[in-house]
Design a protein around this ligand. Structure first.
Ligand SMILES: [Zn+2]
Length: 673
């Protein structure tokens, strides 16, 4: 067997070539289809007859895809990208076909009705129930006409989502502003100016080029003293892909949004749901739209007084210290930044010098040991993709290896930006052999090498802990069915529970002491610097939370359809209800809201706030126990992390916390209590 397909061993990265990917993919997809066909032909109803051959074949496809997509993310090149894109298209096609395989669906349904079904292991039963649900959500149970219509809608929706995202990208790229007089850039940091200069020279232009890419927009709106420049940029950015602004009508997403909403409504109806929200919630923890709206409205009522204070404080400061008497939306980032600097003098560069990466990793390993009794043991016999990467055996208290972890922490050419966790290998039993789950933890911290040590920001430390939380969800699994183990199949609006919970450990002084050591002196993070960071943590959090609520309510109400299907009317109504500040009438936020129109967040944007309640409340149990508490760590592992999707997130949470979630900890975390 081609080694990339072997789910019981680690991927042979140095041997993976575009040609080997194609050969392996042919073999894996052929086997997947053949295994399914044979099961359907045989029509035997035992778990080992129906489930295992297909799962084994699917695991080989997943093992291939995991290795290829990981390699493409961390060591990209044009040939690999082509092989990756080809593989993705074929795997998506095969996966969709499998979900819509009526014969296999009928066989699984019949099996779930046999007396033997109830005697299966919990994970086996849940895996089958989830599979049946996912097949139904893919339209498999519809009659012939409806199934054909559903398939057509799926294709059109996928095209519309892609077109929506492309219009945002094209509109973003279409606008730029050349600056030739440096005085117009007053207030901007040297790093931002260097970025603008690089953008100009890339186009063969003199001076500086301001673009609508996020780092450029952030820099101008936060630092530029030139108010006209801020207004110009804010206008261009806030009208992208719409009927307004400098490129009005050229990339307009308005008609696409209308069609997307119409089709989502029709598809939801075909599947028997009242609206797209009910459809979305079929795979989430929240029970219904009423529960979510009540949650968001309660949060809004609590955040609003604080947001009003934030705003009044900004207006007063803008007038008294910055000569801005009529603060406008394009002033808010700038005013907020100046106000923050005046209130809290936290020098980001000074903080970094306390966090050399080696010291952080040492403290990180110590934290994992204290919380869960585990040790990470680096191995030097594992095939890796780059010298930055390390593989660790994860060792339990009994001295036995129970999982593996790849980490690759530094930015470099050919590596995708951001930070993420991915599954390298699931926990798997095949005959007598159980293979350990293995995760990838990938970040983009400042590069190591060139003699300079890599220094992390405090945000980087939180990112490391966040992704660690996702990894532990997989590494601690005791579930033998990969489709319901770790993050897989876990309710989507609760998936950030372990990650955000782990993040909060980065706000404890003792933990930061063990993770820090000044580059020159070895001294840990000083108390006064930590106090300043803590004081600045919730700067303007009322405004920030209210903004998230505005997006979440807009997404939900638009998909419910209770206020009609005009996005501008719906966002206007939401702002009437909860906002403390409104953008100008020509502003077109929905037209670039790719999360819900081009990403996976439709009727799901509330998940950010929802999961924050779970994670903050879960973290509260550690706080109550004295923080780095082994018994609480074990409980988190036992009641939540080890169980994957074999019981609902709500039940797992209740088992861990001893009660249903309460939003008090989240409000306190945000300084809104
Ligand atoms: Zn996350």
């Amino acid at each position: 067997m081609n080694a990339i397909l072997e789910p019981l061993s680690l991927p042979p990265f140095s041997a993976i070539t575009p040609a080997s990917i194609e050969v392996a993919l042919d073999a894996a997809l052929t086997e997947y289809q053949a295994a399914t066909d044979q099961v359907v032909d045989r029509r035997a109803l035992g778990f080992d007859d129906i489930w295992m051959p297909v799962e084994r074949a699917k695991n080989a496809v997943d093992a291939l895809w995991s290795a290829v997509s990981h390699l493409k993310s961390v060591a990209d090149n044009p040939e690999l990208r082509a092989a990756h894109d080809m593989a993705r298209a074929r795997i998506v096609e095969a996966t969709t076909r499998a979900l819509q395989n009526r014969a296999y669906f009928d066989l699984l349904t019949a099996m779930a009705k046999t007396p033997g079904f109830a005697t299966l292991d919990l994970a086996d039963r849940v895996a089958i129930e989830r599979r049946l649900r996912d097949c139904r959500l893919a339209g498999v149970a519809l009659d012939t006409d409806a199934r054909a219509r559903f398939a057509d809608i799926s294709v059109e929706l996928s095209q519309l989502s892609t077109a929506f995202g492309s219009a945002v990208v094209d509109a973003t790229d279409a606008w730029s502003k050349q600056i030739t007089d440096e005085s117009e850039l007053a207030g901007l940091p040297d790093a931002a100016k260097a970025m603008f200069r690089a953008a100009a020279s890339a186009k063969g232009l003199d001076g500086w080029l301001i673009t609508l890419q996020m780092p450029s927009v952030d820099a101008v709106l936060t630092f530029a003293e030139n108010r006209d420049l801020r207004q110009t940029l804010y206008t261009a950015f806030g009208t992208r892909a719409s009927d307004q602004g400098p490129h009005a009508g050229e990339y307009d997403n308005g008609p696409r949004m209308a069609r997307i909403l119409e089709l989502r409504r029709e598809a939801a109806g075909l599947l028997g749901f009242s609206d797209p929200v009910a459809w979305s919630l079929a795979t989430k923890m929240a029970a219904d739209s009423g529960e979510i709206l009540a949650f968001l409205r309660d949060l809004a009522a609590r955040a609003r007084p604080s947001a009003e204070r934030d705003l009044a404080e900004m207006r007063a400061f803008a007038a008294s210290d910055l000569g801005i008497d009529d603060m406008q939306p394009w002033d808010m980032g700038f005013v907020g930044n100046r106000l923050r600097a005046a209130r809290y003098a936290v020098d980001e560069q000074a903080v970094r010098r306390f966090f050399p990466v080696e010291k952080v990793i040492e403290g990180w390993q110590a934290l994992l040991h204290r919380l869960f009794g585990i040790r990470l043991r680096a191995r030097d016999d594992v095939d890796l993709w780059h010298t930055d990467a390390t593989f660790y055996d994860v060792v339990g208290e009994d001295g036995l290896v129970f999982a593996g972890l790849y980490i690759d922490l530094h930015a470099r050419a050919g590596k995708k930006g951001g930070a993420w966790m991915a599954e390298a290998r699931p926990r798997l039993r095949s005959g007598n052999i159980v293979s350990h789950p293995v995760a990838y933890l990938t970040c983009n911290f400042a590069p190591r090498g060139g003699g300079d040590p890599s220094l992390l920001s405090h945000g980087d430390v939180q990112t490391l802990l966040h992704e660690t939380g996702h990894c532990l969800h997989l590494l601690f699994t005791r579930v033998n069915r990969p489709s319901v183990a770790g993050v897989n199949g876990f309710e989507w609006d609760a998936v950030e529970l372990p990650s955000q919970l782990m993040e909060d450990f980065a706000w404890d002084r003792d933990i930061l002491t063990s993770m820090s050591g000044h580059l020159d002196t070895g001294e840990p993070l000083p108390a006064e610097l930590f106090a300043a960071m803590l004081a600045a943590r919730n700067f303007q959090s009322g405004l920030a939370v209210l903004r998230q609520i505005e997006f979440a309510m807009f997404d939900l109400i638009l998909h419910l359809g209770t206020l009609g299907s005009d996005p501008m009317a719906v966002i206007g109504a939401v702002r009437d209800e909860i906002a403390v500040i409104r953008p100008p009438a020509w502003h077109r936020f929905p037209h670039a809201f790719a999360h819900i129109f081009a990403g996976g967040y439709a009727a799901g944007y509330y998940s950010y706030l929802w999961a924050e309640v779970l994670s903050a409340d879960g973290f509260g149990k550690f706080v109550e126990a004295g923080l780095v508490d082994r018994a609480t760590g074990d409980a988190l592992r036992e009641e939540i992390l080890s169980r994957g999707a074999t019981r609902s997130a709500a039940e797992s949470f209740r088992a861990f916390r001893g009660r249903a979630p309460d939003n008090a900890a989240m409000l306190a975390r945000r300084g809104l209590a």
